[in-house]
Design a protein around this ligand. Structure first.
Ligand SMILES: Nc1ncnc2c1ncn2[C@@H]1O[C@H](COP(=O)(O)OP(=O)(O)OP(=O)(O)O)[C@@H](O)[C@H]1O
Length: 257
């Protein structure tokens, strides 16, 4: 799905990312974890081609990512950003419909509207249609934007990529888990997701592999059981922790303090 060789990103003489090498397979749910300022969002912005990085090669679905047409790429890849604008002068369903902009020129057709309706139902935002966007709670806004990115990737193309920067922010526990199940449903269909998460326990339960970032580099990229060791996590986060297996699935549970 993605092959990146020696990616770096620099602002003046400061490296915000260096020596990034990785391969992500189709069907994988990959969590990107690490302390504040480690470079997680910067890395996701590189994968979304939002910033000018340097790399020896960056293949997306076996093709140089830069060889894709501008109009083609939004059908294969969608990104949910950490900071959403608070002032959007659109109705709530029109925000979700933004995800369908790559599919029509002037007017949405019935199938676009049905897809909007489907994703508003799946993200439990259908009841918000008549409410003002500015007046929605943080979690409600978050769920609308999640509906938008899922709606964007609703098509017959195989092996799509979802990039999610802290998608669980502002969500209550039930909506966090429901969102993770939607992401898992997406990756179970041979699509991939790269998801920045702060909650290591959620990452441990849901991700196939973890990218642990530290100081602008990848500290380790492997299965949660291998990455989440007491020594490594205490050192990277500079805080003591203990690790114990989850009573049901045996995945690591991290207890800080
Ligand atoms: N455009 C920029 N110019 C200069 N420095 C930047 C720029 N963008 C990000 N940085 C810096 O790069 C570092 C990595 O930022 P990034 O947002 O990628 O971290 P993060 O791991 O996502 O952190 P957090 O967990 O706090 O969201 C930070 O020190 C940040 O201040």
């Amino acid at each position: 799905m993605i092959k990146i060789h020696d990616l770096s990103f620099q602002v003046k003489d400061r490296f915000l990312l260096k020596y990034i090498n990785l391969e992500i397979n189709k069907g994988e749910l990959i969590a990107i974890v690490g302390p504040n300022g480690a470079g997680k969002s910067t890395f996701l912005s590189c994968v979304a081609n939002e910033i000018q990085y340097k790399t020896k090669h960056f293949l997306f679905k076996d093709k140089d990512v830069k060889s894709y047409k501008r109009s083609e790429i939004p059908l294969h890849r969608a990104k949910f950003s950490q900071h959403q604008s608070n002032e959007i002068n659109l109705k709530n369903e029109e925000i979700v419909l933004m995800g369908r902009y790559p599919y029509f020129k002037t007017e949405a057709d019935l199938s676009d509207l049905e897809i909007v309706e489907k994703w508003m139902a799946k993200t439990e935002t259908s009841h918000l249609t008549d409410r003002e966007y500015e007046q929605l709670s943080g979690g409600e806004k978050q769920r609308l934007h999640l509906a938008r990115v899922f709606a964007q990737l609703e098509n017959n193309i195989e092996n799509k990529l979802l990039l999610l920067d802290e998608p669980l922010n502002n969500l209550d526990v039930a909506h966090q888990f429901k969102t993770l199940h939607l992401i898992k449903e997406f990756t179970n269909q041979n699509n991939s997701a790269l998801v920045v998460l702060h909650d290591l326990n959620i990452a441990s339960q849901f991700a196939d592999r973890l990218i642990l970032m530290n100081k602008s580099s990848i500290e380790m990229f492997d299965e949660p059981k291998k990455v989440l060791t007491q020594e490594r996590i205490s050192r990277v986060y500079q805080y003591p922790c203990i690790i114990t297996p989850h009573p049901e699935n045996q995945q690591p549970i991290i207890l800080f303090g």
